[in-house]
Write a protein that binds this ligand. Structure first.
Ligand SMILES: Cc1ncc(COP(=O)(O)O)c(C=O)c1O
Length: 375
């Protein structure tokens, strides 16, 4: 039996979501058509919008469905910056954002915008004061993620949103990793823009959404029809959106999964090993642990765990078989070797205590025997 400990990469589909999606596939009508088939498909999309909005405590009319979190982030960053260009050309973000924020920011730099990348503390925290100091007279947008996908640190987004409001600067938060793990309440955070993704909450891949407050101007990235309030043209992916809605409804009705006891069990178990947990004392997601072992530096421990039947992740991007050092770990002050060697363990609502204990046993075994993977 495999043990899946990579929930931050993606979550398994909840069986109830899968069931609902199958139903969505039989509603084949185009939601823009006015006949009965079209109306049935439209009803599924409308219902999903209400369900997603309820899970975040906000108005369902303020949501645009997208093809996922990456597109929601692109629409937020590129769309709001380009639409507000006449007000200023400066953007504030952080050096530990996901590439779905950093790369749109780099694109804006090529278009003549200036971007300030605020660094975290050594514990992975983005301080409100550092953000305040980065704001200039020509700042039009601040984007700070709610929780980091690699190290799990949770940022004070409510306070940052308030600081942005004081200076009449738009505030966006990438809540993709926070959603489904800690409360994400739009009424409380009061962001201007907020991104989420279905496949991090036991929903399907390829479905996401951007919340946009009524006053926010956004230039669409995809032009065509008037779908999604004119923000995102294209016939809606009805089964995926329906699945997203059901996943959100399950989240609302069942509440957040209790994951902290598993994290505590895992962290306590690691105390008797040589493993070092990054940002251990920081406010972190209840499901995420980023670790490294001084003896495992430079080795692909992810493969060693995989051979033992356990799926964990490199704390860093792995492309074309080459492990890139993580920009997040480097931003914390670690050297390239550590940044290349960190392992992310992330679990979710289907993880059992037994699986955590097996993981701990495998850590001890690998500590005794070495990685088992030739370099
Ligand atoms: C913080 C963060 N932002 C954005 C994304 C991208 O979301 P998606 O996979 O839905 O495109 C991810 C996915 O890992 C993420 O963790």
């Amino acid at each position: 039996m495999r043990i899946y400990l990579d929930y931050n990469a993606t979550t398994p589909l909840d069986p109830r979501v899968r069931e609902a999606m199958l139903e969505g596939f039989s509603q084949f009508g185009n939601p823009s058509s006015i006949h009965a088939e079209g109306r049935e498909a439209r009803a599924l999309v409308d219902e999903a919008r209400v369900r997603v909005a309820r899970s975040l405590n906000c108005d369902h009319r303020q949501f645009a469905f997208t093809s996922g979190g990456t597109e929601a982030n692109n629409l937020a960053i590129l769309g709001s910056a380009r639409a507000n260009r006449s007000r200023g050309l400066h953007i504030v973000t952080t050096s530990i954002e996901h590439s779905a924020i950093l790369n749109p920011c780099r694109q804006l730099e090529r278009e003549g915008f200036n971007v300030t990348y605020v660094p975290p503390t050594s514990q992975g925290l983005i301080e409100v004061d550092t953000i305040r100091k980065a704001i200039r007279a020509d700042t039009i947008l601040i984007s700070v993620m709610m929780a980091n996908n690699e190290i799990g640190t949770i940022q004070p987004v409510r306070e940052i949103a308030a600081a942005a409001r004081e200076r009449q600067v738009l505030f966006h938060t990438d809540a993709i990793q926070a959603y489904g793990k800690i409360p994400v309440d739009i009424g409380e955070i009061k962001p201007d823009l907020l991104s989420i993704s279905a496949h991090k909450i036991y929903g399907p891949k390829g479905a996401g959404a951007l919340y946009h407050a009524p006053h926010v101007e956004i230039e669409p990235l995809v032009r065509g029809g008037t779908h999604e309030q004119g923000l995102r043209a294209g016939t809606e992916n009805v089964p995926a959106i329906h699945g997203f809605g059901v996943a959100a409804q399950i989240l609302t009705s069942e509440g957040l999964p209790e994951l902290m006891s598993l994290r505590t069990l895992l962290e306590k178990g690691l105390e008797s090993t040589g493993v070092i947990i990054l940002c251990r004392d920081a406010l972190r997601l209840p499901n995420t642990i980023n670790l490294y072992h001084p003896a495992w530096i430079g080795e692909s421990m992810v493969m060693a765990f995989d051979l033992e039947g356990i799926a964990v992740s490199n704390g860093s991007a792995c492309s074309a078989g080459i492990i890139e050092p993580s920009h997040v770990i480097q931003a914390l002050g670690y050297n390239v070797d550590v940044s290349r060697s960190v392992i992310r363990v992330s679990f979710g609502k289907y993880t059992t205590e037994g699986e955590v204990r097996t993981f701990l046993r495998v850590v001890q075994q690998l500590e005794r025997t070495g990685s088992g993977v030739s370099q």
